[in-house]
Design a protein around this ligand. Structure first.
Ligand SMILES: [Zn+2]
Length: 314
């Protein structure tokens, strides 16, 4: 598969490329699954019908949702005293049941940002950190529209879980227990996580740095599929500064863990992302494809999905 095929085949372009096959009713994005990268990962809890769970580092579990086009990945990061759940997924199945099986420690929730596909299970948890932004406060009220768009037939690969009711599906509201800012640290016992404010994709986007273990959780600021930079809440200047900040950490990073498609990436993607975004912004990268008001750019193995007309003369 060419670099372009592998990136475009990646699900996060699904709304751009969604096409139903007339013969089988399987959406195009669903066909290349399972992704080959998963073969080398250690799977745990293989019996869950909706989530696939992988142990990607000591005390770190990737909780992946391969049956929905976002292919969202949430992470459970476990310490001696408590665990952080970094995102709670789509809210289509019961993520709390999964975390309960993975750890007996108390679980607190931190969100990489508050788009619907990362906060769907927030309501199931009692302690939730929130970035101190109006965007976070607004999304904490829940919504139905974005969630409903996630379960159209072209967005699903396989069956919805038993007992799921598509008619009532929405993002349920949650209560923010404690507001946080850049530099906030969570001590899990034997492991400390540092919150890095990395706005751009959204105003409340954060990355999480486990400095001692060289693990950088990047949310939607970086993942190995077309990165969504087309929504009204996206800020290019903020994104450029955020990816530079992450690239500066690259020498200390062993593993980059993003929030969609594939949970592991090399730290070398971080400086490449800076250059890729700068080149796209400067109009130096020809567009690959435009559809539905969005244009896809791919350069140096990095794919970015922008609002059509946002850069250059295209
Ligand atoms: Zn997002």
């Amino acid at each position: 598969m060419s670099e372009i095929d592998s990136l475009v085949g990646a699900q996060h372009a699904a709304p751009l490329l969604a096409k139903m096959s007339r013969s089988t009713q399987i959406p195009e994005w669903c066909r290349p699954l399972p992704r080959p990268a998963y073969k080398s990962l250690q799977r745990v809890l293989p019996d869950d019908a909706w989530f696939e769970v992988y142990k990607v580092a000591p005390g770190v579990f990737a909780i992946y949702e391969p049956h929905q086009a976002e292919e969202t990945i949430s992470y459970l990061i476990v310490g001696h005293k408590q665990a952080v759940l970094f995102d709670t997924g789509m809210g289509i199945s019961d993520i709390r049941r999964v975390t309960t099986k993975l750890t007996s420690r108390p679980v607190v929730v931190l969100n990489s940002h508050t788009h619907d596909d990362h906060v769907g299970g927030n309501w199931q948890f009692t302690f939730i950190y929130g970035m101190d932004t109006d965007f976070t406060r607004k999304n904490a009220k829940g919504s139905r529209e974005d969630a409903q768009a996630e379960i159209t037939p072209d967005q699903l690969c396989g069956d919805l879980p038993k007992g799921f009711n598509p008619k009532t599906y929405g993002t349920k509201p949650w209560k923010i227990s404690h507001f946080i800012h850049d530099g906030f640290k969570v001590n899990l016992g034997g492991r400390t996580l540092e919150v890095l404010s990395t706005p751009g994709h959204t105003p409340d986007a954060i990355s999480l740095f486990d400095r001692a273990n060289g693990l950088l959780f990047t949310g939607d600021t970086y993942y190995p599929a077309p990165i969504w930079l087309f929504r009204p809440e996206t800020d290019f200047d903020a994104y450029a500064a955020s990816v530079k900040r992450l690239a500066a950490l690259a020498p200390e990073v062993k593993l980059v863990l993003g929030a969609h498609n594939i949970p592991v990436a090399e730290p070398s993607v971080l400086p490449r992302l800076v250059t890729a975004f700068e080149s796209v912004r400067a109009g130096k990268v020809p567009p690959q494809k435009s559809d539905g008001g969005k244009t896809l750019y791919i350069t140096d193995g990095i794919a970015l999905l922008l609002k059509t007309g946002a850069v250059g003369a295209h």
